[in-house]
Ligand binder design. Structure first.
Ligand code: CP
Ligand code: NVA
Length: 331
């Protein structure tokens, strides 16, 4: 890891990083996690300031960036979906130029990948992608850290994404799997598969790293002997509510339930980026229940609350991995 430096670089998508750079970020995350657990101060970025620009809502990503920023000794400004001029009254380019004059780094969560790429192009400071329509790259560092905490090494494992396999989380999981030599399976209906070009790119990278990328609509075949079963909500932020009915019909066969987990390896783990619709304790879930009669969606409550479920370790790891990304690009 000695000669890797990511200083000044943006973290926009995992395709921009080599396998060694991703490895470096994961190792740095482990080191920073240890420091945090042992109460060893690591406020080495004192005097720097960052801004968190959110055009969509968030719990984990916002809190992880904010706490990581404070732990590193930085000043943090949070701009919520309604309180900046960006988009309505000021272009992305102008916003980027202004923020780049005041801040040392910018986090962006929102819509098109092109927006976060433009923020990086025009701001002149590192920009970190906190989720776009196409990708969610900081999430995958936390996911793989969690996988490594459970299995030691992720290389050669079988990771299956169930459900809406064309969304940001599935795309980014496919990319990181290809980079780290993980066998990735997108299991869902044919009409919800990742973009063909991205699949081709990932297949090539995976091949170089000794792993495979498979697309399948067969649940039994896909989940057989899996090490990691992963799912995400069926309708992502920014999608129209009217799509729920269609998605429920299309994706219900891909729900993660006890049969799916029983078909995987006995020591398999369950991951979910969260938030999740596994019970009726949210307004959206209750609304869906009233309209379509579903009590749980992409994952059953039984699996979500089982010992195999590592979702809260995964959520905590957002903090340590996001901290590593900021530290590596700013220090
Ligand atoms: N997983 C994730 O990105 O969660 P938030 O939407 O709460 O940030
Ligand atoms: N696919 C989800 C991920 C949320 C963390 C969304 O974009 O809403």
């Amino acid at each position: 890891m000695g000669n890797i430096s990511l200083k000044g670089k943006s973290f926009l998508k995992l395709l921009d990083f080599t396998s060694e750079e991703i490895r470096y970020l994961l190792d740095l995350s482990k080191e920073l996690k240890q420091k945090k657990k042992n109460h060893i101060a690591h406020d080495e970025l004192k005097g720097k300031n960052i801004v968190l620009l959110f055009e969509k809502t968030s719990t984990r990503t916002r809190c992880a960036f904010e706490v990581a920023g404070y732990d590193l000794g930085m000043g943090v400004t949070y701009l919520d979906p309604n309180s900046s001029q960006m988009g309505h009254k000021e272009s992305i380019e102008d916003t980027a130029k202004v923020l780049g004059r005041m801040y040392d780094g910018i986090e962006y969560r929102g819509f098109d990948q092109a927006i976060v790429e433009d923020l990086a192009k025009y701001s002149g400071v590192p920009v970190w992608n906190g989720l776009t329509t196409e990708f969610h790259p900081t999430q995958m560092l936390a996911d793989i850290l969690t996988v490594e905490e459970n299995f030691g090494n992720a290389k050669g494992l079988k990771l299956v994404f169930m459900g809406d396999a064309r969304n940001n989380v599935a795309n980014s999981l496919m990319v990181i799997s290809s980079k780290l030599g993980i066998n990735f399976v997108a299991c869902g209906p044919k009409e919800n598969m990742p973009d063909e070009k991205l699949v081709e790119t990932c297949k090539k990278i995976a091949n170089e790293n000794g792993s495979t990328i498979t697309l399948s609509d067969n649940v039994e075949e896909s989940t057989k002997d899996a090490d990691v079963i992963y799912t995400d909500i069926w309708v992502s932020m920014g999608e129209d509510k009217s799509i729920w009915e269609k998605r429920i019909k299309l994706l219900s066969p891909y729900q993660v339930n006890k049969n799916v987990m029983a078909n995987a390896k006995s020591n398999a783990i369950f991951l979910h980026c969260l938030p999740s619709f596994h019970d009726l304790n949210t307004t959206v879930a209750r609304d869906i229940y009233e309209k379509y009669g579903l009590k749980e969606m992409e994952v059953t409550d039984e699996v979500f609350t089982s010992k195999q479920s590592k979702v809260f370790d995964e959520a905590e790891n957002r903090l340590h991995t996001i901290k590593a990304v900021m530290y590596a690009t700013l220090k």
